[in-house]
Each structure stands twice: as structure tokens, then as C-alpha cells.
Design a protein around this ligand. Sequence first.
Ligand code: GLU
Length: 276
Amino acid sequence: MIVTRFAPSPNGPLHLGHAYAAIIAHDLARQAGGALKLRIEDIDGPRSRAEFVEDILADIAWLGLGHDGEPVFQSTRLAAYEAAVARLKAIGVLYPCTCTRARIAGMATRSGPDGPIYPGTCKGRDIDPVGAAWRLDVAKAMAITGPLSWHDALAGEQTCAPQIFGDIVLVRKDLPASYHLAATLDDATDAITLVTRGRDLFAASHIHRLLQALLELPVPRWHHHALLIEASGEKLAKRRGSPSLADRRRAGEDGRALADALRGNRFPAGISLSDV
Ligand code: GLU
């Protein structure tokens, strides 16, 4: 059975790009007689807000997208993230790091999908882990797992290449997990078989595949879809003036008609699908 998920972060209002992502997750599940799960990625404490959660649930219903089961909140799963971190520490693939963002920007000589690549400064150093972040020693992790691959429905078979990120943070200073760790664990817990999300997160799947191998989790398939973009070529975002779904809903727009228009690739003026 196909099980997909829509996993928004409640740190701002949803916009048309989120609606498009939710429709793809919903329709790929429904067309296959499968299930759609809704996961609220709310571990980013200060940025996550209850009113955005309320709007997300109302927006999804307004678009006519039913989901299966109750929504899952990442904030209720911190103990599971901590247990996985303990396991990764026991395998010896995490190391504490106290470098600041500014320091890394000053030291880095290469850039990866998320910005400057961490040059491994704290690796092998005797660092007080209290209040430190924990990074994944990607080379050591890959030496343990050996070569890996993963499958994207649109881009085909991929050779797993997490090294393009460098040693990423898996445990933030202020959080018991990072997006990568929490999302990977949740996809396994929720028995997701097809991870659908925008192509902006394509590279993240290299990390997730590595974590699945290290933690002996089931391996889903992926479907990274094109993104909705503004005429300028930028991703849609509320701060650039695209109306939010909640704005449209409150203005009395028909959500199901909007969902059908997006399904038919009929977008409001100035908005189109990225071709990369
Ligand atoms: N929470 C992420 C976002 O809103 C999506 C994560 C995912 O689909 O894996 O961008």
C-alpha cells in the first residue's frame, strides 16, 4: 500500500506552493488506494505557532484534501529522537561542535545545498558537549554503511551522496533533533512508503537515506515534484506578497475549485511551475 505524507512547518501561513505539495501527496495516495498522513513539523519552538497549526488544518480541509488518522505533531516525539541520537552516538558517528554560524562562514571554502560546508573543525577535538550541537561524521557513517542508493519517481535511481552537505548538524544546540533526523524517524514511524515533497528538498534525501541505513529503518521511495515559482523565478513565499491559503479561504474563495485548478496546472497570473 502507498502511504504518503504532507509535513508542513507551522512557522508561517501556507501558500499556493504548499497547496500544490499537499495535492500531490494526496492524489498519489488516493490514486493508488493508499493513505495520506498529515504531520506537523513543530519542533522549532519559538518559530512554531498554534494559530498556524489551526490554519493548516482548516486550509487542508478547505482544499478538499482528506487525510488518514489524526495529525501527528513532532513536538510529541522528542523522546524517540533522543533515543536515535543515543544510538548514533553509540555507533560513533556523531561529534559535538561549538562553532558559530559566523565562524563557519568565515572558515568554509566550499558551498553545499544548505550553504557553507563545515570544514570539520571540531572533529576529533575534546569538546565539552554541554550546550554543543552534534554533527554527523559523514565519511565515517558512509564507511559503515557502504554505498547506498535511493529512488526518485521522476529523477530515477540516485547514488546516495550525503557528502555534498559535509558534516551536517543532527542535534541542534537548542533542539534534540534537526529536520533531517526528525523527518527521517517520523517517516519510518508513520510507515510512509512514498515521500513526496518539493525539489528544493531533493538533496536532503541523500542524508535521509544514510540515516535510514545507520538506524536500520525501512527505505521508502521518493517523489520530488517541481515547485511553484513567481515570474521572477523565486519560490512562492508570503513575504514576497503571494496571498496565503488562509487569506484566500477567508476571502470566500472556493478551495476545491482552487485545488482542481492547481491539479490542471492552471495557476494564477505570474505563477508557474519550475522546470528544474
Ligand atoms: N516541513 C518541511 C517544510 O515545510 C517539509 C519537510 C518534508 O516534506 O520532508 O518545508
